[in-house]
Design a protein around this ligand. Sequence first.
Ligand SMILES: Nc1nc2c(ncn2[C@@H]2O[C@H](COP(=O)(O)OP(=O)(O)OP(=O)(O)O)[C@@H](O)[C@H]2O)c(=O)[nH]1
Ligand SMILES: [Mg+2]
Length: 303
Amino acid sequence: MGLFEKLGLGLKKTRTASFDSISDLMQAEKITDEFYDELTEQLILADTGADVAEELTEQLREKARHEKLKNGAETLQAFKQLIADHLQADAPMDLSGSPAVILVIGVNGVGKTTSIAKLAHLYKEQGKKVLLAAGDTFRAAATEQLCTWAERVGVPVVKAGEGADPSSVIFDAVTSAAARGTDIVICDTAGRLHNKKNLMAELTKVHRVVSKACDRASLESLLVLDAVTGQNAIAQASEFIEAAEATGIILTKLDGTAKGGSVISVKQKLGLPVRYVGVGEGMDDLMAFDAQAFADALFNKED
Ligand SMILES: Nc1nc2c(ncn2[C@@H]2O[C@H](COP(=O)(O)OP(=O)(O)OP(=O)(O)O)[C@@H](O)[C@H]2O)c(=O)[nH]1
Ligand SMILES: [Mg+2]
């Protein structure tokens, strides 16, 4: 299956629930005021959040007036472009460091460990040397889970015993990666609730220690958000951004939700680009986020 098809499949629930209706609306010969009201409603249903829904509708109205768009088809093209522009990251991820380090953080069960396995697979396929750091020392099963994935993907892991200090495990991984000529170290961390002060402080320490061990420019701190929780995911994010200087988002479980529209509000509300999206449980089910492809897939209605 091609990447575009896979993305389309992952977005199926979101399309069925809202974007297919938007595509239908844009079949119209003439664009009316009711059209714009309906558009706002459908965007809210897709969980873009009311403010983003209104903002996008207003921008489309403006664009339609300015560019003298005549019919639905022209309006649809313009709207796709608007969404793609909205989602475009200001700069790509910098993975040039030796090693580059990706710290993966987020609340419990959002898909951190699985995403790490998928990322390792993705980079390995690109010919990079990958090392994983088992920084979730909170429970023994977490290290086991990561090691099982690492074996399947075929990448090494640096680990320590249950209850070890996560900062020191991750520090060890990063320093040994530098010695081994590893390209990318991906660090797992324990899931934690954003309102647990001591656990958030631990994350700040992890981030501080890592940033001393590697080139700051190539340190990505990726916050994992579960798309199923839609706008709630966005509410949790600010504490993580503050505690561990998150630089980007991995949005998981897009395949399991009709709230895929929440992607559209992530960048605007958090000021962080979406870097990857998860569309399934297998190791191939993670994609580098492509704003244009995403916008196209949202409106790719199959009849
Ligand atoms: N459908 C679907 N399931 C996913 C996706 N990503 C992760 N999952 C599932 O979500 C569940 C939790 O994934 P984990 O990777 O263990 O989550 P975690 O954030 O590491 O969890 P903790 O370490 O307990 O905080 C697993 O059953 C995964 O298979 C996705 O993109 N789509
Ligand atoms: Mg985990």
